[in-house]
Each structure stands twice: as C-alpha cells, then as structure tokens.
Ligand binder design. Sequence first.
Ligand SMILES: *Cc1c(COP(=O)(O)O)cnc(C)c1O
Length: 567
Amino acid sequence: MSNSCLSLLQNKEANQLNSAFERYYNEAFADYFSRDPNKWPVFNEPGFAAIHNFRQQRLSPHERIAGYPNGEALHAQLVGDASLSQGRMRPSGQPDEMLAFAAALSKDWENPSSVENVVTMPADPAIYGSMMGAMANPNLAYSEYAGMADQLEKHVIRQIATHVGYDPEQSTGLFTQGGTFCNLYGYLLGLRKSLPTAIHHGMQSVPDYRIINSQGGHYSNMTNLSLLGVDIKEKTIRIKVTDSHDIDFDDLERQMRACFAVKCLIPTIMITMGTTDTFAVDKIKPVYDLRERLCEEYQVPVKPHLHVDAAVGWSMIFFLDYDFKRNPLAINEVTLAGIERTVARVRELKYADSFTVDFHKWGYVPYTSSLVMIKNKDDMKALENEPENFSYFEHDLQGQTHLQSTIECSRGAVGVFGAYAAMKYMGIEGYQIILAHCLQNANYFRSQLLELGNVKLMVPENQGPSVGFRLYNPEWVNDVNAEFANEQQCMSNEAYMAMLARNSKWHRQIFKQRGKVGLYTNWVEFISRSAYNPYGKYSYIPGEKAVFMNPATGRTQIDTFVSRLMG
Ligand SMILES: *Cc1c(COP(=O)(O)O)cnc(C)c1O
C-alpha cells in the first residue's frame, strides 16, 4: 500500500469535515434525498408519506414488524393463505394497507446504518422521473411503441457518451435489465464479432477461442458465460490480480500471447472499473494498447472486444472535470487525493469498446436502470438476427431501432426516465457532493479502524465506497500487518492456513455476536486473496465490509459502530 495514503488516513486534519463542504452536503441532501413534499409533490400522496414517516422512526430491522400499526396481523396475512379474491375492491382514495406495509417494511435503504452492499436509496428526482416513466409505460423495444421515450433514451446515451469522451454520433447504447445484462452484451458483442457463425450454429462449430476476464470480476461474468454456452472451465482464462486486486498486466500479456501464437481467437476481454467489494479500478489504456500491439504483431483480423464492467465505478465520471487544485467543494485532503487517483483511471474509459453503467447503484436511481454504452454503433450489426424473425414489426421501421440486435423484446423505460431526472436535477455538482460525502465517510471509517490497532484494512489505496477489513484477537496478534502477510502465504504453509482459519473464525464469531449496531456491515468470503502458489492457485480470504453509498450515513453511525468494536 502507498505510504502517502496511509499517513493521510492517520492525519486528523486531512480527514476533517470542512464546514463549507458540510453546507453543500446539507443542501444537496435536503434537495435530493429528504422526500420533502414541498420540493417533490409526489411525496404528498398519503401512502408515500406513510412509508417515509414509518422509516423516519429508524427502527432496527428486528423491531419493524411489531413497530408497524397492525404489523403482526398484516404479516400473518401476507405469509398466510394466498387465494385470489373473487370480488372487486372499489378504490377508497386511501392508501392500501398491504401495499404500504410491504413497501414500508422492504429493506430500509434510507436508514443511515444501511451500508451492506452496493445498494442505495434512490434520489427524490429519480423517483419522480421513474414514476413518470411508469405511468407513460413506453416500450423501448421498438420506436413506434416508445414514442418520445425513444428520444429520451438516446438523449441520456449522448449525455454519457459526450461526458466520457465517446463520439456522440458514432456511439450508441441501450438501457437493459441490470448490470449483468450489460456485461452479457459485452461478451456477446465480442462473440458475434469474432465468431460470426455462432449466431446460427451455436458454439460447437466455431474456431478455437478463449474469453478473457479477471479473477477480480463480478460473479455475473461466469453466469453470463455459462449462459452463452461458453465452456467456463476450458475456454475462459481468468487473469491474475495484483495485491490491489486490479488486473495483472504481465499475466494478461502472457495469456494473450499464448492464445495468439496458436491462432486462438480472443472474442472479449472483460475488465472492471470498481470491483464490488474492493473497488479495484483496472487501468484501461494499457489493456487497449496491449491489444493494439499484439493484434498488429500476430496479424489478428478481428480485435478482441474490450468491455469495461463499470457497474459500480462509473459514477466517478462526475469528477472528470473537477478542479482538483482549487477544490471548490472543499473536499477533505485524504478524499480529494483518493478521488484524483481514481479519476486518472476513469479518464481512460473512452478506450473501452463498451461499458456497463448501473444507475441503480451509485447513481441513486430506482431499479432497474442499467445502461450498456457502445463506442461504435456498427458493432450492433454483428448482433443482428435475421429480419424475417421479426414479422411482428413493420419492415421499414425495424432498421431505425436496435430491435434486431437486442437480447430482450420488451424493454421498460422507467430507468431512462429516472436516470434523466437524477442527472438533470443533481447535475454534475450534486453528484460530486453526494459521492464525496460517501467517500469522506469511507475514509473516516478507515481512519477510525486504523486507530483500533487490531484491524487490517483491505486495499485502502483503492479509494472507493467499500471498506473491507479483518479484525484480530488482540490476545493472539499484536502486529496485524505481519499476521496478514503470513496468512497470505497460506497456500504454501499449512500452519499459516490453520492460522488464517482460526483468525477468520474468531472474527466471524465477533461479527455474529456483535449484532447490527451503528453500521449494518456484512460478511464476505472473498475480501482478499492469498498469495499465488507456484501453480497460480490461491485461496479466498474472508472478512467484513461496509459500503458507503448511503447519503444519509454520517460520522455518528461510524462512531457508534467503532466504539462497539472496542467494547
Ligand atoms: C452489481 C455488479 C454487477 C451486476 O449488476 P446487476 O445490476 O446487479 O445485475 C456487475 N458487475 C459489478 C462490478 C457489480 O458490482
């Protein structure tokens, strides 16, 4: 880990809350996350207001059913008999009891302690926009069924394209069902371009190929490949990751050369901008340059499609034009340095052939609102199915949409409306304020954990919203760095493997006993990895994590959690 990052984390002044920043934050929170009916009249609706009021009580998860009016009875009804009612129910103009109950008692992402994963409460404007989209109900499958929503989708795509440095005329994109589907498109684009016969004949008859992704990638990588009929054991190469969990360029080059030397095709290279648990941001330009260089050297006719899974990390594009010298938002020093480090990599997004954007994660838009961005719209041609399959639709209009190239038929537009509204109202600056607030929380949490002494922070140099850590029994361990370094050698030392198991078990027990206090942290089996053994094998290292994407979380919750760790 870089020493400058560590020393900044331990420096109180670098971690302080600047009063100017706090003013911006309070204003942004009041405008975009407070469910204020004066600002957003949709929250005047009695059912919506009731949901919000219940949640404002901030009950802990186990108190919620009993704390809800008539909660036990409603719960019993919900889990009980489920026959359809024969009779009609006339609208009374009053909120529906069961709908309000189920909504209010859905997982409360507005609770300031909710930091379990990359999930958030949506922003007020995004809820407003999504509701408009739900009411209009356009279908993006086909322009005639979408009407003006088709233009709204294209508008949002051009906004993102322009902002990241894609040519807005040459690029395209589409809203689809989750980040998993965006990555599915990434893989499919590569397969269709490199192995064009597969569209009709499947994967049996194609020339030899390997898909390349990273060991740090999201699990959807593997579910997608399996779905596509790719042999994930024999035809997929998972590249090693560095100690910071980003892709290992030496291993990547070695593997690509091994493929190209024997004329084995590489349809897709999938890398990650912000891994889910450790926020590793792969550098994109070096992968792009390597691809260009090797394709030239080996005379590869169809270049591997380079897809960047930016499901979590894309939000950092809002800092691309931030003035880091002047720091107009008064972001604290440690966080400013962290953002600057990340943004240097995010700037390379324009080298990706396509990338995944999850508005429903760090973009504060309701589910599901995922966008796959595609640099070269001609790539969509490779996905086109036979026009005669589309006999439902008028021939002349088909070419104007992605109809023949999409995996889905019906595509909802709720995500488009939500994303447009969130970006319109929050603007680049609103996002900067909220994201910086989250990242300042993450760094404050890191700094407080470091002070405890019996905590090993996972990759604090990855300056994202996720904070992973391992807690050690102070009676057994006095130097957590040395202990962790030994644990990392577990693949070549049985005693260290036993030590890793014992420490993990202890931490897990403490985690279970503690209950959820202050921050609702989570346990993950793969917060880090061991060193590789000589055969490239490694072991998962488990740990605890908190993900600071919640705009409502503040230092109060962090302090409560940390003092509980001490007691
Ligand atoms: C969440 C996530 C995905 C999957 O996205 P969904 O929207 O949940 O389908 C893919 N990659 C990364 C890095 C993610 O964090």
